[in-house]
Design a protein around this ligand. Structure first.
Ligand code: ADP
Ligand code: GLC
Length: 508
């Protein structure tokens, strides 16, 4: 097939895109990857392309997929027990999804990566090698399916071996690899590499080897036709030693094959006008209705109902990256200010969980904490708070600050990665032009964060009209997937053009 025939604009049927991910909302989600893995393919489908998703058949995924069918049995060298391919649709939308059903690997309680106590599954290398093997088969077009993608789009280290396994296949599709977070690389020792029986030639610096260890993420970076990360600013940052996690040199070498493409947000799920988790819907023309959600939030979190309180919110994984310790460090200063409340929700690091619970016990009228994962509550926090705190030390993109913008909750963020690309600081100049949407700070330490919080507090109290302007500018910003999905399509076109031979088109 001549690739002009499958250029995104020229072809009515467009690209066939297989998106491989270790999580996807609402089947299974631990963070932003889950949101992106289901909303990007939907946005591609809305633009007329045949995007499909492939995921391991975790119990929660099997349970939720609609019209689930057994498609075929697979013979995968070295696999323990049976491996089957199942197919169906996402529960709430017409997105085709393949599930890799290998009970010995994926049928267990816990999350995709860890057991119930939070420890990484000891056989993660085997689990995600198996997943990558099936993805690679699917990418080559399994005959009974009569569907063969033009593009294989892999995400994060769990899928990094798929492009590596396809490297010598003349008929392979073009491959794109997205780095959602460079800090998670899938590193294992040499003995694990030997145990996996991967081709010996992959143990090379121009392969999977990374300082005498095996790196899954390098498989994706080294062997894909195009590589991206999820914001332009983070793409610049990871090419420096400070943020590069040891891979900055490799990423610099990629030159124009590597770039940043900002995530969008899914307006079907994150829309304050039509959000089933909210007691009161609102939009930028009816922003006064937002206050009802503040009262509901205070009630749900056991805080005094007070419409004049300045409510700060946070939702996120409790890990070093997110800078929650900075929020804890400014607490004494925060509670010394009258009429301020803080609502926090997250799970992860046990010490951070404990520190937050201690803070809530010490200031029950001012601080409330929910330790755990709860989607409807996350929506209520986004809608009910006045300002949303995101002091991340680094942030590849970040979705929560975009949800807050959309929900009129002014983000207070560290100026890094996708946070810097999506929030415009309330400087005098930006306020004058009406482009300001939030507060940014440069130094990821308690004083840096406090500086921004004080500025926000002051504006909320002393300049309510300016505050309102921030809220409305954020709510009216276009954060939808449309533009980003088009950027991915252009990126796919480049990946296809860079292939010497294009995959034979199977009947779609
Ligand atoms: P990351 O992917 O690094 O965790 P993002 O901001 O990109 O950060 O995405 C986080 C996603 O996970 C958001 O959809 C957020 O609402 C959700 N999330 C994180 N922690 C929780 C929680 N405790 N309860 C509900 N949702 C959560
Ligand atoms: C990662 C990043 C986050 C990003 C998400 C989706 O988990 O930490 O910044 O928004 O992936 O791309």
């Amino acid at each position: 097939m001549d690739h002009s025939e499958i250029s995104p604009d020229a072809s009515p049927t467009g690209y066939r895109v297989l998106i491989a991910s270790s999580e996807a909302h609402p089947l299974v989600k631990t963070g932003g990857l889950g949101d992106v893995a289901s909303s990007l393919p939907m946005a591609l489908r809305d633009l007329g392309h045949d995007a499909r998703l492939v995921l391991p058949a975790y119990p929660s995924a099997r349970k939720q997929v609609r019209e689930l069918k057994h498609l075929m049995d697979l013979r995968i060298a070295g696999a323990v027990g049976g491996v089957h391919l199942l197919g169906g649709l996402l529960p709430d939308r017409d997105l085709p999804v393949y599930l890799v059903d290998a009970p010995a690997y994926f049928c267990r309680e816990g999350n995709p990566y860890t057991d119930v106590s939070g420890r990484d599954w000891g056989d993660n290398p085997e689990r995600f090698l198996l997943f990558s093997r099936v993805v690679a088969h699917l990418a080559m077009g399994l005959p009974p399916l009569e569907w063969r993608p033009h593009i294989l789009h892999c995400n994060d280290w769990q899928t990094g071996l798929a492009p590596a396994l396809l490297r010598d296949q003349d008929e392979r599709p073009a491959t794109v690899f997205t780095i959602h977070n460079l800090a998670y690389q899938g590193l294992f020792d040499r003995a694990t590499f030997d145990r996996l029986h991967l081709p010996a030639s992959l143990w090379a610096v121009a392969g999977l080897e990374f300082h005498q260890r095996m790196s899954f993420i390098k498989g994706g970076i080294v062997f894909s036709d195009r590589v991206n990360t999820v914001s332009p600013r983070y793409a610049d940052e990871v090419r420096t030693q400070r943020f590069g996690c040891g891979l900055d040199g490799l990423l610099r070498q990629l030159g124009g094959r590597f770039r940043g493409i900002l995530n969008g947000i899914d307006y079907r799920i994150w829309n304050p006008a039509d959000d089933p988790a909210l007691p009161q819907g609102y939009d930028s023309d009816h922003v006064h209705l937002k206050g009802e959600n503040k009262r509901a939030l205070q009630q749900r979190f056991g805080l005094p109902r007070n419409e004049h309180a300045f409510v700060l919110g946070h939702v996120g994984r409790l890990v070093e990256q997110k800078g929650v310790d900075l929020i804890i460090a400014i607490l004494p200063r925060l509670v010394a200010v009258g009429q301020v409340q803080l609502v926090m929700q997250g799970a992860g690091d046990r010490a951070l969980e404990q520190a937050l619970q201690d803070a809530a016990a010490q200031h029950p009228d001012r601080v409330s904490v929910f330790v755990g994962y709860d989607e409807p509550r996350a929506h209520l926090i986004e809608a009910g708070c006045d300002a949303f705190l995101m002091p991340s030390r680094f942030e590849p993109c970040g979705l929560n600050q975009m949800y807050s913008l959309r929900y009129g909750s002014v983000p207070i963020v560290h100026s890094t990665g996708g946070l810097a690309d999506t929030v415009v600081d309330a400087s005098d100049a930006a306020l004058a032009t009406g482009t300001a949407t939030g507060f940014l700070f440069n130094d990821p330490n308690p004083d840096g964060l406090w500086y921004a919080v004080e500025h926000a507090l002051w504006m909320h109290r002393e300049r309510p009209e300016q505050w309102r302007q921030l809220v409305l500018a954020g709510m009216r910003q276009d954060l939808s997937w449309q533009a980003s999905a088009r950027r991915y399509l252009a990126f796919y076109a480049e990946a296809i053009a860079s292939r010497e031979r294009l995959p034979e088109a199977a009947s779609a």
